[in-house]
Design a protein. Structure first.
Length: 292
């Protein structure tokens, strides 16, 4: 099942909804698709709603943006953008022939498509989603560190308690998180373009209202000029702006971000890297060192 554009706008399954996927002859050959993978992973499709106390007799497909009323049991496909109210089926008694699949071609076609969608989902996770969450670029230049290997990182080169007295710019990166830790990282930029991480805020299961308060405190403390925010939650960014916080959508270009942070970790001719961390940023240091 897929559909929707964010954590707030997503497909829903009502209570006690049942997918019937087991034939009378014991064959589990009836997978269904509510939305699909190849479009749904882009998070730009309308949500699907399946009303409670209903069900689907697989295999069926339900298009994006469709609403199936409560109590409806689907036995056929639903095109995108439809409202479906299904009444009770007509009563009938007929002779039954065991293992008689009169719609075998339809079953095979549905299963082949389902297998193709599973293959697409695996490819998406392996080649797109995993690298994306491993490297969320902040403002087109800095990358958060989860799941990456940075052999260039060395405590003796990249951690320092001696910070510049003045910065030419102050920026922050925001990843909302929830089950995974959310984070606000604060950086100063000096006159040579070096970035100095001066603070971090890591928390699990924090609501956006709480992040607003954390961001306000960081803004008052550091004079942050812009918060580069994970663009997957535009409503959260809007709440930052409503609180008069200078929030912008980050550019989540993974490959350029990975190379940018590697470049900043390289020690320059003056013996210093272009990315330095305060020893108080223990979580960020841990992220660097966990995957070496």
């Amino acid at each position: 099942m897929s559909g929707g554009t964010s954590r707030r706008d997503h497909s829903e399954v009502g209570s006690s909804y049942i997918h019937f996927n087991f034939t009378p002859d014991g064959d589990k050959t009836t997978p269904s698709l509510f939305g699909d993978v190849v479009h749904g992973v882009l998070l730009d499709q309308p949500a699907v709603f399946l009303g409670g106390q209903g069900g689907a007799v697989g295999p069926v497909t339900v298009g994006f943006g469709s609403v199936v009323a409560a109590g409806s049991v689907l036995r056929s496909d639903v095109a995108p953008g439809k409202l479906v109210v299904v009444g009770p089926p007509p009563a009938m008694t007929v002779d039954r022939s065991p293992a008689d699949y009169r719609s075998a071609n339809r079953l095979v076609a549905k299963n082949l498509r389902y297998l193709g969608e599973l293959a697409a989902l695996e490819a998406w996770h392996r080649h797109v989603r995993a690298p994306f969450f491993a490297a969320q670029e902040l403002g087109g230049e800095f990358v958060a560190f989860e799941g990456l290997i940075y052999p260039e990182f060395r405590r003796e080169f990249h951690i320092t308690s001696t910070m510049p007295e003045h910065f030419t710019d102050m920026v922050a990166g925001v990843d909302w998180g929830f089950a995974n830790p959310g984070v606000i990282l604060v950086f100063g930029v000096d006159g040579d373009g070096r970035m100095w991480q001066v603070a971090e805020h890591y928390r699990r299961q924090r609501r956006v209202e709480e992040w607003v308060e954390v961001a306000k405190q960081a803004w008052r403390t550091w004079g942050i000029n812009v918060f580069f925010c994970d663009p997957s939650e535009p409503d959260f960014i809007a709440q930052f702006r409503e609180a008069s916080l200078p929030a912008e959508e980050a550019n989540n270009a993974v490959l350029t971000g990975l190379q940018a942070v590697k470049n900043r970790l390289v020690v320059q001719g003056d013996g210093r890297a272009r990315l330095m961390l305060s020893p108080s940023c223990v979580y960020t240091v841990s992220e660097f060192e966990s995957y070496q």
